[in-house]
Design a binder for this molecule. Sequence first.
Ligand SMILES: Cc1ncc(COP(=O)(O)O)c(C=O)c1O
Length: 446
Amino acid sequence: MAYPDFNLDHHWLPFTPNRSFMQQPRIFVAADGMHFTTHDGKQVLDGISSLWCVGAGHKRKPINDAIKKQLDTLDYATAFQASNDRAFEAADLIASMAPGDLNRVLFCNSGSEAADTSLKVALAYHRARGEGHRNVFIGREKGYHGVGFGGMSVGGIPANRKAYGTALLPRVDHLRFIHDAASPAFTNGTEPERSEDLLLELEQRILPLHDPSNVAAVIVEPVAGSAGWYLPPKGYLKRLREICDKHGILLIFDEVITGFGRMGCNFAADHYGVVPAMLNFAKCVTNGVIPLGGVICSDRIYNTMMQASAGSPEHAIEFFHGYTYSGHPVACAAAIATLHLYHEEKLFERAGQMGKVLGDAMHAALKELPHVVGIRTLGLAGAVEVAPLAGAPGKRSYDIFIDCFQHGVLVRPAGDNIVLCPPYIVEKPQIERMVGVLAAAIRRNA
Ligand SMILES: Cc1ncc(COP(=O)(O)O)c(C=O)c1O
């Protein structure tokens, strides 16, 4: 298949080394099921669900049909002062899938907007309760909550923060990272056991420093996805919820990656048996085909916000926040079709089953390879950690990513990790191929 050359002069690629990309462009022009077609006619196996989004695989007819039908029915309607039927239907479906009292969905368009929305809800909620002084946020080292100023401030990936100085939110602290030299390096589907209590510093240093009565919320990814699939130690999230409850602090789970099936169930909150006060989602909710994100809030938060406005006139808005495209009918139609498709094809259960296949295959094929210092697998995702090249952190994993791409498999470099997180429809031979290509690339880059 021949394609004309592209004019590469105008598209500035996000989170990409643009100079090297321009030398060696990787451009997709079509996708179907588990595969892409590149501009020069090669087939590439999608080993990362296209940034953790495409759970049901590419070009799924029920989703595409729902979008086309929606476009011909109601293409868009104002999101403020009126709404659309699809937004209510999607919110209903999402709330029915969410655990505990998480029942009120605030829609947005991305994971970054979900992060900032959830932080704003936390501040507004505390203020509504007469505790407007609660304005400290606690994130975690190596956390990723997108690229808005709020999400970046509570995020903990140094490269994402270092250029922004005092533009970051001022009253933010960070929990220490969940993985260090004392953590088990190789875990396959199990929760890492730690003798040390990683949350003691929250109780004994961070909260006393700020005074717990000033803390609005703690935000964490249940599993640290963007940093390279790092798992919380056994009991960590339960204890985090207990500490938050004790001090009236809202716990926010950022489930942009872990939500909607990656863990083999609806949410990581279900996997770990911990219900947060807010749960952020995006990505897999629409199978990646149309931007949609959101924050699922507890009844308590919603009711408090409504009651606080009880004395205000009827036309008064309770929460001054929203996006032009909050609950966009086409995105919501895509979400409804996606969530039905996941259910009909039992794709979350399948993700759990194929996760075991992926975990076993990665540990069997990669553990003994040169420079491999760790492998962590859980749900349908796994990371292999390689020792960094001296003076060039991230270079070895980047070279391995390029090598895999040249051999027809899309993997994801994350720091010194290479991550595999295929669509839930992946077949065993495709897992074997991904892992085989990755193993050969690790050997070639030893
Ligand atoms: C946990 C988490 N939160 C937020 C985001 C940001 O999402 P988006 O890129 O849609 O803004 C991501 C993206 O990978 C993520 O993994």
